[in-house]
Every structure is written in C-alpha cells, then in structure tokens.
Write a new protein. Structure first.
Length: 299
C-alpha cells in the first residue's frame, strides 16, 4: 500500500525543524513516522536536534543531494530501501532552505518508488520576523509558497506590529493556501490525525484499496483551456486530486484544483514561473504524461 509523503519547505531559519518537532510530538505516538532531512551542510545539525527529543526513524540526505541530478538515483535507491525496511505509515520530508518543492515531487515518478509513495500535504514555513529581509531570494521563497497547501506564518511573537502586510504578500502569491500563524511552529494538527479517505464507503485499512501515486507536469509551454480540460480527461476516474498553476494561451495563468472530476479553473495574476501541476490518483501503465501534456500544448 502506498503511503503519503508530507513535505515541509521554508527558507533558512524559518522554523521548519521546530514545526517538525511539534508534528512528531502530536502525531508520533499514533502513527509510525519516518523523516527525511535534506541539508546542504555536510553535518546535519537539525537531525541531531530531533534525535534528542523524538523516537522515529530518519533518513539523512546531506549536501542537498535530493536536488542534484548526479546523485538523484542514489537517493531514490536509498529511499526505496528505507521504506521497505522501516515500513512507515507516513513519510515527512524537511527540505533544505533553497529547495524546489516540485523537484521533490518529481521523484515520485521514479519506477522504484512510484508505487510506494504519493505527495500528501505541503507546508511552507515563513519567518514573519525576517520576511522582508529575503528580498534578494524572494523568487525561491515565493515558489515554495505557491506550491504549498498550508502556509505557516511563524515567529509572529517577534513582530512589532500585525503581520497583515506579510499576509497580503503571501495571498498575492498563493490566495488558495490555508494560512496559519504560529510561534515555534506550533499549529493545530487535528485534521491530520486521520489519513484522508479518498475512497468513501470503503475501509481505509482494506487490502483492496488501490495504491495512490503522483504525477508532476512541468512545462514552459502555454496550453489552451480546452486542451487542458481534454488532457485532464485522459485520466478518467483514476484522477483523484489535482492542483497547480498552469500557463495558458494569451499569456494568462490559471490555478487548477479539484477532486475526481470536480475540477475548477481560476485565473490569477500572471507569473513568470513555468506550469507546475501535481496529479494524484491510481495511475497505471507506462504513459509519459509529460510528453502527452506537451502534445496538447500544440493544439
């Protein structure tokens, strides 16, 4: 049975490890959790900090190698072996401060792990105290915000005034994400205590439950809204969840989200980043959906 991989992103010092410690303290006793930490330093200090307080299994990936093409195959092999050995119920990955969340999601398409994991929830942790000091690297921070399901505005206790200006900036980048304020990364996790039931009417623990997997579409090409709808229809009932920003004809950007065949398109301010679309479902076969998407862009 495939398991969810939840992703925690955020710039350096934003409070990702504090949030992860909170997550483990709340859910670590009721779920078998494995943690992946991806750091650019050769010594993973965050991993050492976590090991002092929490009982869980950890796969450390130093020097940012999840995002280095030359080492990606090695990481995929390590992750597949790690899952087989530990057999966790949930994976949670603390990405490096400069990480590309779509780069992480693309590993789910690797043959060795695509039937083992799917993309669960994406958090982006924001340092409220230093948000406006990251101007030079704002594009990377914005990218992490744009892909998030939940944005955590952390360190609000250090603000001298309200965080309304920061919240306005975040909503410009991703008006669809849930936005929560926190101190030391502590938020309400009650909605995550139970695994999402994508198959109403069936037991979540049933051996007959189909495995979920993830497909990531990334493209610099523009696509028409009608061809986009036709592309998504290719998946039929196998498409369970869909979310992302898509560059469409006439240089527009639309936000796509939905569950099963209930898909919504909403125009948003045009962005310079490429199309990034995440699809979760019960996909089978060997179709190259990236190639198929590019073909629909020509229509």
């Amino acid at each position: 049975m495939s398991i969810p991989l939840h992703l925690v992103t955020g710039f350096f010092g934003s409070g990702k490890t504090s949030f992860l410690k909170h997550y483990l303290s709340v859910l670590g006793k009721s779920q078998k959790i494995a943690v992946i930490q991806n750091e650019f330093s050769s010594v993973n200090m965050d991993g050492k900090e976590l090991s002092l307080t929490d009982n869980y299994q950890i796969l450390e990936v130093n020097n940012g190698s999840v995002f280095c093409v030359c080492l990606l195959g090695s990481f995929i092999n390590s992750l597949a072996a790690f899952i087989d050995e530990i057999q966790p119920e949930v994976l949670i990955m603390e990405a490096s401060g400069m990480s590309d969340p779509i780069g992480v999601a693309q590993i789910f398409q690797a043959e060795k792990i695509k039937k083992k994991v799917y993309l669960g929830h994406v958090w982006s942790v924001i340092d409220a105290h230093n948000f406006f000091k990251t101007t030079a690297l704002r594009n990377r921070v914005n990218h992490q915000i744009r892909i998030a399901d939940t944005v955590i505005l952390n360190k609000v206790d250090l603000l001298e005034s309200s965080g309304s200006q920061i919240i306005d900036e975040i909503k410009k980048v991703n008006p669809f994400a849930q936005l929560l304020e926190s101190t030391f990364g502590k938020i309400d996790l009650s909605d995550l205590k139970k695994r999402p039931n994508f198959f109403p009417g069936s037991s979540q623990n049933s051996d007959g439950r189909p495995d979920l997997n993830s497909i990531v579409i990334k493209s610099n090409r523009e696509i028409g809204e009608k061809p986009l709808s036709e592309f998504l229809k290719l998946f039929g009932d196998n498409l369970i969840r869909c979310k992302g920003f898509v560059k469409v004809k006439s240089s527009k950007t639309i936000f796509v989200q939905g569950v099963f065949d209930d898909l919504k398109f909403e125009e948003v301010p045009t962005i310079s980043e490429p199309t990034e679309l995440v699809l979760i479902g019960t996909f089978t076969g060997s179709d190259n959906y990236q190639t198929r998407f590019d073909e629909f862009c020509k229509l």
